[in-house]
Design a protein around this ligand. Structure first.
Ligand code: PXP
Length: 249
């Protein structure tokens, strides 16, 4: 069993841009939110530049790169356009996610096993440029093995199903998902992959995932931006940090 060190919190600020874009204009500014998150103890900022630019824009990425002191985790689909943008900015990390125009959010993990050759060629220049390459996948043996074979340094395990079952009150299914995440985090770690997790996490669901000793980073967005309405972004992040640290201890 690896020893559980400090768990990093990556704050995803996409939905600050969602609110801004609901009216057009410049307010609220996701870069200001990222700076606030940084000041509140975020270890990194995550932003997803979607193909349809429905939330984060190219100018937001330019602004984040210029403003941030903590690492930027640039979420992107495996397209030539996104690869060129990533290579121009060389963020600390890129997280490759599946993207469908009709989905409301990133609904599933990337099917690496189905697209192994193309993805191996796709990520090679990103790695060569010094980015840590993370692949967002379901907690499944074949996807983890494929991510390892293509040369990714990091996997991010999709916690969406675990969180959905919790929200729907299907606690047996939720616990089944948690068991799968537990086993697959250990499996990936044993292969030498760095393990992250995220999607749908909230104050109610974060602790068991934060307690997994192989997981070194959680990426959390929608819940924190929602909670910021009620208690402010800084306090919302501080509380998440406290729950993560307590679970880790
Ligand atoms: N990790 C990845 C790879 C994601 O695509 C997302 C959603 O954009 C998240 C984490 C954060 O999910 P949520 O906004 O539900 O916390």
């Amino acid at each position: 069993m690896p020893t559980a060190g400090k768990l990093r919190l990556g704050v995803n600020i996409d939905h600050v841009a969602t609110v801004r874009n609901a009216r057009g204009g410049a307010y609220p500014c996701p870069i200001r939110a990222a700076e606030l998150a940084q000041a509140a103890g975020a270890d990194g900022i995550t932003a997803h530049l979607r193909e349809d630019r429905r939330h984060i824009t190219d100018a937001d990425i330019d602004g984040l790169v210029a403003a941030l002191k903590v690492p930027l985790n640039f979420e992107m689909a495996a397209t030539d356009e996104m690869q060129a943008i990533a290579l121009r900015h060389r963020p600390h990390a890129v997280c490759i996610v599946p993207e469908k125009r009709e989905e409301r959010t990133t609904e599933g993990g990337l099917d690496v096993a189905q697209d192994e050759n193309r993805l191996a060629h796709f990520i090679a220049p990103l790695r060569d440029a010094g980015c840590r390459v993370s692949i967002f996948i379901a907690a499944e043996h074949n996807q983890i093995e494929a991510a390892h074979r293509i040369g990714a340094q990091v996997i991010e395990l999709h916690t969406g199903a675990y969180c959905d079952f919790h929200a729907e009150g299907h606690f047996e299914k939720r616990d089944g998902e948690l068991h799968r995440l537990t086993e697959m985090a250990a499996f990936a770690h044993d292969l030498g992959l760095e393990v992250h997790a995220g999607h749908g996490l909230s104050y109610e669901t974060v602790a068991p995932v934060a307690a997994l000793p192989q997981v070194v980073e959680l990426n959390i967005g929608h819940f924190l931006i929602g909670e910021a309405i009620f208690r402010g972004l800084g306090p919302a992040i501080t509380e998440m940090r406290r729950l993560m640290d307590d679970a880790r201890a």
